[in-house]
Design a protein around this ligand. Structure first.
Ligand code: PLP
Length: 400
């Protein structure tokens, strides 16, 4: 009989996966379910990037690469940090991993002792808390409500810090809220962290290139250069260049941290895929025009969804600065009854009702540590979004 390791007990089966499975089941039964749960752009990887991968294959770049990434890719990453933020990272301060997810895994595995605390503003990307738990750490969740733009306030940070705090984790723009920290939002928080020399800062900038209306993206190491020596700046090509399947993420940080992360990587994946690394070089060094084209397409969809949601009685949705998610409050519909007489008590009830009776799959805020909200991913066609909004309108309309 299989006996699983106790470390797995710290990880819960993802609610997102459960909802995805239920939606797939309904689809199988012939129901026209619209799934607004995808965490990836619906665009395809640009042709020039694909071509670079094909060229790499024929050039024989099909072997293990250096553990922390090819020199060509690390140079492209170094140039990217410099071009976008004036950040100077040497090649020994950069690591390439199998997705930003592995960057996070490496970083927490390489730094956390049992019981070490990581401050995680909620709503958060669900993997953070699971990876922290796997690494033996303790996530300290800080609820950041819509009233403060889903951003952690200086007072909240001050209160969450303890002698055990090892990291503060920022994710801007955020999955799931789409909220982002500009330099002005970061400054007072970083001011506090200057006073806590043992606390390090992790910035997950995965959605950097998906921001709207001239929102001025900022990253902590550039906003407060005195903190660069304890910042890990994480990014990747998955969301920016529609390359989720290629599995390339990267980070810049102090050499000692980067080499500790490389130890973990060396005994888990060795290195990221050689072919994908060649493709990532093309993505980072090539024309960046694709980014603005896709941005405007995402922005139009954001506005469609936000306006559609705010037109519904009992739903209220702030307009996110970035990413491709909305995080709307359903507080106003809780306590109402469905046609079948069932009372909606939680965001999970609301999402289950909309899925089971109106064929739209969304994820309740509960899965991201903040209720009562629900996340919609609008990385899908405008036609599908319109239909989903019409169904949601019917769903809300039928409540009493
Ligand atoms: N960080 C955030 C906030 C994400 O939403 C995701 C993917 O959903 C990742 C990191 C991981 O990206 P990848 O492992 O594809 O680079």
């Amino acid at each position: 009989e299989f006996r699983k390791a106790s470390r797995i007990d710290a990880i819960e089966v993802s609610e997102i996966l459960q909802i995805g499975a239920r939606a797939a089941e309904l689809k199988q039964q012939g129901r026209p379910v619209i799934i607004l749960g995808a965490g990836e752009p619906d665009f395809d990887t640009p042709d020039a990037i694909k071509q670079a991968a094909v060229d790499a294959i024929w050039a024989g770049e099909t072997k293990y690469t250096a553990l922390g990434g090819t020199t060509a890719l690390k140079q492209a990453i170094s140039a990217k940090f410099n071009r976008d933020h004036g950040l100077d990272y040497g090649l020994d301060e950069i690591i390439v991993s199998t997705g930003a997810k592995q960057v996070l895994y490496n970083a927490f595995m390489a730094s956390l002792e049992p019981g070490d605390e990581v401050i995680v503003p909620a709503p958060y990307w669900t993997s953070y808390v699971d990876i922290i738990a796997l690494a033996g750490g303790k996530p300290v969740l800080v609820p950041c409500e819509a009233e403060t733009g889903f951003r952690m306030t200086p007072a909240q940070l001050q209160q969450a810090l303890t002698p055990r705090t090892r990291w503060v984790l920022f994710n801007s723009p955020s999955n799931p809220s789409g909220a982002a920290y500009g330099a002005k939002n970061y400054a007072p928080l970083l001011q506090i962290l200057l006073q806590h020399p043992d606390v390090w800062i992790m910035a997950d900038d995965m959605y950097e290139h998906i921001t709207y209306e001239g929102f001025d993206f900022a990253t902590p190491a550039a906003v407060e250069p005195r903190l660069k020596s304890r910042c890990l700046t994480i990014n990747g090509v998955s969301k920016a260049y529609a390359m989720t399947g290629w599995r390339i993420g990267y980070a810049g940080g102090p050499a000692a941290l980067i080499s500790a992360m490389a130890v973990i990587q060396g005994q888990s994946t060795s290195c990221a895929s050689s072919v994908s690394q060649a493709a990532a070089v093309a993505a980072l060094n090539g024309s960046q025009q694709i980014l603005s084209e896709r941005r405007s397409s995402f922005q139009a969809r954001r506005d469609l969804v936000v306006d559609g949601l705010n037109a519904l009685d009992g739903i209220s949705c702030p307009r996110p600065e970035g990413a491709f998610y909305t995080f709307a409050s359903c507080a106003g519909v809780l306590g109402r009854r469905t046609l079948g007489g069932e009372i909606l008590e939680t965001d999970a009830d609301f999402c289950a009702y909309v899925l089971e009776q109106h064929d739209v799959a969304m994820v309740p805020g509960r899965a991201f540590g903040l209720s009562p909200y629900f996340r919609i991913s609008y990385a899908t066609s405008t036609a599908e979004l319109r239909e989903a909004l019409a169904r949601l309108a019917r769903a809300v309309d039928q409540l009493r």
